[in-house]
Write a protein that binds this ligand. Structure first.
Ligand code: NDP
Length: 367
């Protein structure tokens, strides 16, 4: 049974349904409508199922803080500002990012059914979790899905030392004759959540992920949090293509932020603050408008098979396809439960106590 990451005794296994219900209970107790709470829970739990610990339930605290501080609008009027047959502009009214994102991607899919493509730009939303969640919604409908969001400034542009860009993720999902292809990535070397995981574990970060406040590459996670910055995909300078990651990040700000009439990363704020001004971009491409879906699926399958059977380097166990590790991890975790780091579980149970819902059970308590 394959599983991404390193799971040891510092983790507790929680069944998927328990974790899902826990998130729903916390959010509904705070006044989030049940349907909306379920969308957020589905997004967070999917991240943990797929092995993206940085964007799973460990993020719940931020959403709770956002709700308690009034930074998140629990009953947003998510409205279409303008639209045509194949496009729309949405104002998220500072709702939960997952709820705004889910509705926006659904609209993009509907438009693609009618006109071949659906493009939806969104302004005035909040942190929406994993970008891949929305791209997969389209792949499940036999379409190519694209999803992007800007986020608060954490990344220095190539040649700069200031936090200016967000970790601005990009996701693209496409159906195949098996599990969908899913590229889902931050445009920085790593998302900030990964640094938080290292910080929590008291471990140094690998060299090349981030710089300190003076612009020097550092392995000291505390120096990064004390005024340093993450590096764009490709790393420091131009040698390994840092300028390309920088460009991809700006591309996200253009499509999600400037096109939607929203803003760009430098002005995006934390979920707990009012007017965090997060913007998204979604696209659904109806494959049937171009080629028969079955032909597309078969060709995707053939390409993937050729890729995987191409000559392999001896240091690597196999050639992976984007999304494959996540789907295998999901299969494993649906059987054996989702590993939650003990300190995260304590934090979650602290939230449970604070809002008055049932706590998560540890392994022993369940038996
Ligand atoms: P990863 O580096 O973990 O993975 C990036 C992509 O590469 C995934 O599609 C992954 O598939 C794939 N992959 C991993 N290893 C291989 C390999 N050997 N060969 C081929 N493909 C491979 O992602 P990040 O750390 O950059 O991002 C993690 C998450 O954080 C994403 O879901 C992203 O959307 C989210 N994020 C959200 C932000 C927000 O503001 N909302 C900001 C930044 C990031 P697989 O999943 O199968 O491993």
């Amino acid at each position: 049974m394959f599983e991404k990451g390193h799971v040891d005794e510092s983790y507790v296994r929680i069944p998927k349904d328990e974790l899902f219900s826990f998130v729903v209970n916390v959010l509904t107790k705070l006044g989030v409508p049940k349907n909306d709470a379920e969308i957020v829970a589905d997004n967070l739990v999917m991240a943990d199922l797929r092995g993206i610990e940085s964007h799973g339930v460990q993020r719940l605290k931020r959403y709770v803080d956002g709700i308690l501080s009034g930074g998140i609008n629990l009953h947003p009027n998510i409205r279409i500002v303008r639209e045509g047959l194949s496009y729309a502009l949405i104002d998220g009214d500072e709702g939960l990012g997952q709820v705004v994102g889910y509705n926006a991607m659904k609209l993009a899919i509907e438009k693609a059914k009618d006109s071949g493509v659906g493009v939806v730009a969104v302004r005035n939303s909040n942190h929406y979790g994993i970008a891949g969640y929305y791209a997969l919604m389209a792949a499940e409908e036999g379409m190519i899905g694209i999803s992007m969001t800007n986020s608060r400034p954490l990344v220095a542009p190539t040649g700069g030392v200031e936090r200016f860009l967000g970790t601005n993720p990009i996701a693209l999902a496409a159906p195949t004759n098996g599990k969908p292809f899913l590229l889902d990535m931050a445009t920085s070397v790593v998302p900030i959540g990964k640094l938080e995981v290292y910080r929590r574990k008291g471990k140094p970060i690998p060299e090349g992920w981030a710089i300190d406040g003076d612009g020097n590459v550092t392995t000291d996670v505390e120096r990064v949090f004390a005024g340093g910055a993450l590096l764009p995909l490709g790393g420091f300078g131009e040698l390994f293509g840092g300028h390309k990651g920088y460009g991809l990040s700006v591309m996200v700000d253009i499509l999600a932020g400037i096109l939607s009439g929203g803003t760009w990363s430098r002005h995006v704020k934390n979920t707990s603050e009012k007017h965090s001004e997060v913007d998204h971009f979604f696209m659904a491409i109806n494959i049937e408008a171009f080629v028969p879906l079955q032909e597309f699926r078969e060709n995707m399958g053939a390409m993937i098979e050729e890729l995987k059977s191409s000559r392999k380097h001896e240091d690597f166990e196999k050639i992976w396809i984007h999304g494959e590790k996540g789907f295998l991890t999901m299969e494993t975790r649906l059987k054996v439960g989702i590993p939650i780091y003990r300190k995260v579980m304590e934090e979650l149970n602290g939230i449970a106590e604070r809002v008055g819902v049932e706590k998560l059970k540890s392994d022993g308590e369940r038996e």
